[in-house]
Design a protein around this ligand. Structure first.
Ligand code: SF4
Length: 394
């Protein structure tokens, strides 16, 4: 993983290729087909959270007019840019984030990305292209797919101008194929944890998902997940779980708390509980990708994602995951600065419990801003919840 990510960041810094910035569930395949190296500011936001440097940068963005209650990826990232400091300097020897030649976003996840990326388009005086699909859908019909395809095709002339290359359908198909192969491997990786002794936890998944976020559409991502899957399948065969024996199996809903990943992972493991599945890691499964129908299939896959759906559709998906992963309880992370990835605000936990019988716990926290996370309170809540689940199971 270290080698792969290091090579990825070095390739961004080589100055040999043009750089496209893209949202994490944005049109990466189309951008790669034009030969762009793709940089994902959200990945940088996660890095700021995981290295706990976000707290140094958020105040800079607040001074600039961004509220401390909006997406802390956005505020941490903008603050890091304003302070000209980034963990990329220390960890990968880069000067900072690579300068964009073009910026692309998809509001399938939130409108925040449009504001965030527009800030940079202004700063770098750089072309920006956006996809704005319909949101909160029960079903995604061909009408919505057609609309998104039209928006994606509008990107072509701008990409051609910036890259100096004509759009090449064969290259697009090839990139979609590579992306599909990697994403299906990633799906298999996550599904290994349907085993009674789950070999990979949600917390490990948040680290292993790096390549499917930043390298999808490349052979490197495919190779990485081929190796990882083989190792995990071997563990399943030998009944080796990531903890020796789990008393309870948990579903994690919402964003990771990047600055407390290890602490949360240890908390569940110490209480003999496996966090075996999550909406977050599953967000990079695009099983609808089809290289023989690249426009429709990518438009559909990126519009159908969990975060872009109605509560009704989300509840149906969660209920299916509960069955598949034999879930005993669900933890909702009520992420203070990301409304889009927080599903505990409008009665979903209660409705879901009624439908599935699976008990829930809500903990308050944040992806990057640790002012919104109380460690002591969360430990008490999680330990009490796990004890209750064990009692129910007896
Ligand atoms: S989905 Fe949430 S965390 Fe991600 S960019 Fe949007 S507001 Fe930020």
């Amino acid at each position: 993983m270290k080698k792969l990510m290091s090579e990825y960041f070095t390739s961004l810094d080589s100055g040999k290729k043009k750089i496209a910035w893209c949202t994490s569930v944005g049109p990466a395949e189309l951008l790669r087909s034009f030969g762009f190296e793709v940089f994902f500011p959200e990945n940088h936001g996660a890095l700021l959270g995981a290295t706990r440097t976000a707290m140094d940068f958020i105040p800079e963005a607040i001074k600039c007019g961004y509220s401390g209650h909006i997406c802390s990826y956005t505020t941490a990232d903008i603050g890091s840019y304003l302070k000209k400091q980034s963990p990329l300097q220390k960890h990968y020897g880069m000067e900072g984030v690579p300068k964009p030649d073009i910026i692309a976003y998809n509001t399938n996840q939130c409108r925040e990305v449009e504001d965030w990326f527009t800030f940079y388009a202004d700063e770098f005086n750089c072309p920006i292209v956006g996809i704005q699909p319909p949101r909160y859908l029960n079903e995604v019909t061909q009408d919505e797919v057609d609309l998104v395809v039209k928006q994606m095709k509008k990107m072509i002339p701008i990409c051609e101008k910036v890259s100096g290359r004509k759009f090449n359908l064969e290259k697009f198909k090839k990139t979609v194929k590579l992306s599909k192969e990697a994403t299906l491997l990633w799906q298999k990786v996550l599904k290994t944890s349907t085993a009674d002794n789950a070999p990979i936890s949600f917390f490990d998944g948040t680290i292993h998902m790096g390549p499917i976020v930043v390298l999808r559409g490349t052979q490197r991502a495919k190779d990485y997940y081929t190796i990882l899957l083989a190792e995990l399948e071997e563990n399943v065969k030998n009944n080796i779980g990531f903890i020796p024996k789990a008393k309870t199996r948990i579903f994690w809903e919402g964003m990771p708390i990047w600055g407390r990943l290890r602490m949360m992972s240890d908390l569940f493991a110490d209480n003999e509980s496996s966090v075996v599945a999550s909406t977050y890691c599953s967000s990079w499964i695009f099983d609808k990708f089809d290289e023989n129908d690249p426009w429709n299939s990518t438009a559909r896959a990126y519009t159908e994602i969990f975060i872009n759906r109605s509560d009704k559709a989300k509840e149906k998906m969660l209920a299916e995951w509960f069955k598949e992963y034999k879930i005993d309880g669900i933890v909702f992370h009520d992420t203070k600065t990301c409304f889009n990835n927080s599903n505990a605000k409008f009665g979903m936990p209660q409705r879901l419990q009624k439908i599935t019988g699976v008990p829930f716990l809500t903990i308050e926290g944040d992806l990057c801003d640790l002012r919104f996370f109380s460690e002591g309170q969360s430990i008490t809540k999680v330990e009490t919840f796990l004890e209750q689940l064990e009692d129910i199971k007896v």
